[in-house]
Write a protein of this length. Structure first.
Length: 287
């Protein structure tokens, strides 16, 4: 018993020496939520809200979330766009329709920890982003962006942004009426080549720097499975960082740029909630 204790405190000491003050959570204690990211094709918020084409526009107006209608059929939706049956003029051969991801979260009173695990699907299309095989981004909203509680990231997805068929090549994603002091999504992105994170936000445009919340983002591929983790200061503190607190719930969506893609050619999640010590779709419980 004594020996065991000694060994575990030694291990803890070693971990501290190796990784500074960050102690990774025990992921076996954090329940995994399966979230399917799917290929969205060209389905900007303008298409979503225009009642004539999208069957869900009316329900959304009444306060129903994307996930309440689509959560269980996300993979089937992806199939329609990826094959060009719907909303995709530029079909990419061999692209996955959807990717099931396990999402876990935890906190230690100072940091929020997020972990994403998924199986690498088949690919092999032309490389748009030659450097990065994979990128993963998450956007968080502190209940400020209208409708983000229903639509996740879709409030930033517009028909006039770059890589859209009628887009402006200089325009990145944005929030209508967005500002970095009020209405914005906090954005963190991990890229595979540098194996590092960037901490930005999306307000009237997308900015990939200025945040001070992100402590570390890293990923690795074990066999055919990717595991990507983010460590983020709950308090935030930089430009476009939301301040997170125990007992509160936030809206989020995330996206994976698989197989060297960029721009709109990603797989995206619908909108979900993240609770810090609070019941939500994904709960970051204190360890
Ligand atoms: C009230 C239910 C409802 C809500 C809320 C809703 N949708 Fe839909 N959505 C539908 C229906 C119905 C269709 C048409 C399905 C069909 O043609 O079989 C559809 C179609 C789509 C499609 C085209 C692919 C397909 O399966 O036809 C996309 C993409 C989509 N919705 C995304 C969204 C997003 C994103 C949101 C939230 C911003 C959302 N929907 C909210 C009901 C809903």
């Amino acid at each position: 018993m004594k020996q065991k204790l000694l060994a575990s405190s030694l291990a803890a000491l070693l971990a501290m020496a190796a990784g500074g003050a960050i102690a990774a959570p025990d992921w076996s204690k954090a329940p995994g939520k399966k979230i399917v990211v799917f290929y969205p094709g060209v389905s900007p918020i303008e298409w979503i809200t225009k009642g004539t084409e999208h069957g869900g526009a009316k329900g959304l107006r009444k306060g129903e979330s994307c996930a309440s209608c689509h959560d269980e059929e996300a993979a089937d939706m992806g199939k329609k766009m990826v094959t060009g049956q719907k909303l995709e003029p530029n079909v990419i051969k061999g692209k996955a329709a959807a990717i099931p991801v396990t999402v876990q979260a935890a906190n230690d009173g100072t940091n929020l920890y997020l972990r994403f695990t998924w199986k690498q699907p088949a690919g092999g299309a032309d490389k748009m982003d030659k450097d990065n095989q994979v990128k993963l981004a998450i956007m968080l909203d502190d209940n400020k962006v209208e409708r983000a509680n229903l639509s996740g990231c879709w409030e930033t997805c517009h028909q006039d942004v770059r890589t859209m068929p009628e887009g402006n090549k200089d325009k990145t994603k944005y929030v209508a009426g967005g500002s970095a002091s009020g209405k914005f999504y906090d954005l963190m992105q991990w890229t595979s080549k540098a194996n590092k994170g960037r901490d930005g936000h999306v307000a009237d445009k997308r900015i990939m720097e200025g945040g001070k919340a992100l402590v570390e983002a890293k990923g690795e591929k074990k066999g055919d499975e990717w595991v990507v983790t983010f460590t983020r200061k709950l308090a935030g503190g930089g430009d476009g960082d939301i301040a997170m607190a125990s007992g509160k719930t936030y809206n989020f969506g995330f996206a994976i740029h698989d197989d060297h893609t960029e721009g709109r050619y990603h797989h995206v999640s619908l909108g979900y909630t993240l609770g810090v010590d609070a019941k939500a779709d994904v709960t970051a419980a204190k360890q």
